[in-house]
Design a protein around this ligand. Sequence first.
Ligand code: SAH
Length: 345
Amino acid sequence: MVDIKSLTIEGLTEYIKELGQSPFRAKQIYEWIHVHLARDFDEMTNIPKALREILKKECTLNTLKIERLQISKLDGTRKYLFRLEDGNFIESVFMSYKHGNSVCISSQVGCRMGCRFCASTLDGLVRSLTPSEMLDQIYSISLDTGSRVSNVVVMGIGEPLDNYDNLVSFVRMLSDEKGLNISQRNITVSTCGIVPNILKLAGEDLKITLALSLHAVTDEKRKLLMPVADAYSISELTDACKKYFDMTGRRISFEYALLADKNDTDEDADGLSSIAKSVGAHVNLIPVNPVRERDHRRSSKDRIVAFKNKLEKNGINVTIRRELGSDIDGACGQLRRRVKSEGAN
Ligand code: SAH
């Protein structure tokens, strides 16, 4: 089967030509898929029936099915559990802010990075998502909510830079003016810090924001939380971040989950300040979501505020991640796990 939603306009034109059709059909089909968000080839009413029949036989639109939807009574945040065509599950979240609607998407089924506080990695990696499966999280949610998505963050299940080529195609297609045309400035990719791929991404001529999940300020402490720290040191990471900024002009942001008694002292705040300063990074503090299978606790409210104040005093641009949908689920990956263990079908 041809994964037609993963084809760029160039790829689709090639394919349509191979079918002996005129290239302008590719333009029409691309628009049906990526602007009108067609879920079925029969929606493509200006495409001749005979061609639609060929497409139906040869191609998949790789549409996701909503397996479950949880809507927060507190703030309207919507958490989707999607079923992929092969039966695997992923999660996506829709959040409404004053400045627009944001969708958080998954990039893989599971994850192999092994971060100790994260639910998504508990069963390891099943497989990476195709560009179409990443796009369709946004398309499905746009259709379901009837609203325009203006921001996309790749912070759901998976490590996007462990699915590099598909991630880059996805970003190009999502920001394509012939598609949904979401500004690259409104796309954020979060990584646990795969240094060679940060450097590669810096050279892609993209204007996206890179978020780095730092979570600790010494290599020893980081190794206790994130196995990826065994491969890359914090100084290698900060060098890569500086290069990313120099090459793209895009300011890096650091994600820092506050874990009680693990990384939340004033000393940690000072360490974080100097690393952030050296990179010119914005810091986003995350009150950690406790994961049943893990033994980490969230830092107290007072500690979180004290930590933030310390950073601010040091001149760092810092925000505490607003908690949305706290009534519908904890950390990403938990809904998928719950449904898997219940044996959803
Ligand atoms: N693999 C990528 C993106 C997915 S995780 C990355 O590591 O950045 C998105 C963010 O959520 C990361 O900063 C991750 O460290 C954080 N995270 C994971 N588990 C969490 C938890 N239980 N509570 C709070 N944040 C968590």
